[in-house]
Design a protein around this ligand. Structure first.
Ligand SMILES: Nc1ncnc2c1ncn2[C@@H]1O[C@H](COP(=O)(O)OP(=O)(O)O)[C@@H](O)[C@H]1O
Ligand SMILES: [Mg+2]
Length: 131
């Protein structure tokens, strides 16, 4: 069975998307992909600080056509995470390219589910486009 991708989206900020995505990913034992480029989202609550890393896991994978390795979090009661990066605001792909990449990654990770957190301004990432 091909993996399911749950995308948490709302046009409004501050309504609990990130909280829901984080909990859902934990409960579904799913990697969490953070597509919100603003600080203060899932990536920060997870404890990943983009400024401490040279690599940009999400963007590097998209650029190279590779599959990012989610960072392991379960031992410390966090979902595994593909962290976002501030550069994603300006370097993000077309939503269909992003959807194709997510399907590809989900297949390679082999989990039943993948959970995606989004930025309120990227309505195209809603479920209709990422199935
Ligand atoms: N179900 C909830 N009930 C009460 N407060 C919540 C709930 N979900 C989230 N919050 C709080 O609301 C604020 C915004 O949540 P967040 O998940 O960051 O929203 P978003 O990702 O939509 O911006 C946070 O302070 C969070 O702790
Ligand atoms: Mg959020």
């Amino acid at each position: 069975m091909s993996p399911k991708i749950a995308v948490v989206h709302s046009r409004k900020g501050g309504v609990g998307k990130t909280t829901l995505a984080f909990e859902l990913a934990w409960l579904l034992k799913a990697p969490l992909v953070d597509l919100d480029w603003e600080g203060g989202g899932a990536t920060r609550s997870w404890g990943f600080r983009a400024e401490d890393h040279l690599k940009r896991p999400l963007l590097d994978a998209l650029e190279r056509g590779t599959t990012p390795q989610p960072r392991a979090g379960r031992r410390t009661k966090r979902p595994d995470l593909v962290p976002s990066h501030p550069d994603f605001e300006f370097e993000q792909p077309h939503h269909e390219t992003m959807a194709t990449a997510l399907r590809q990654w989900a297949g390679e990770w082999g989990n039943d589910w993948v959970v995606v957190d989004t930025h309120p301004a990227r309505e195209e990432h809603r479920n209709g486009n990422v199935r």
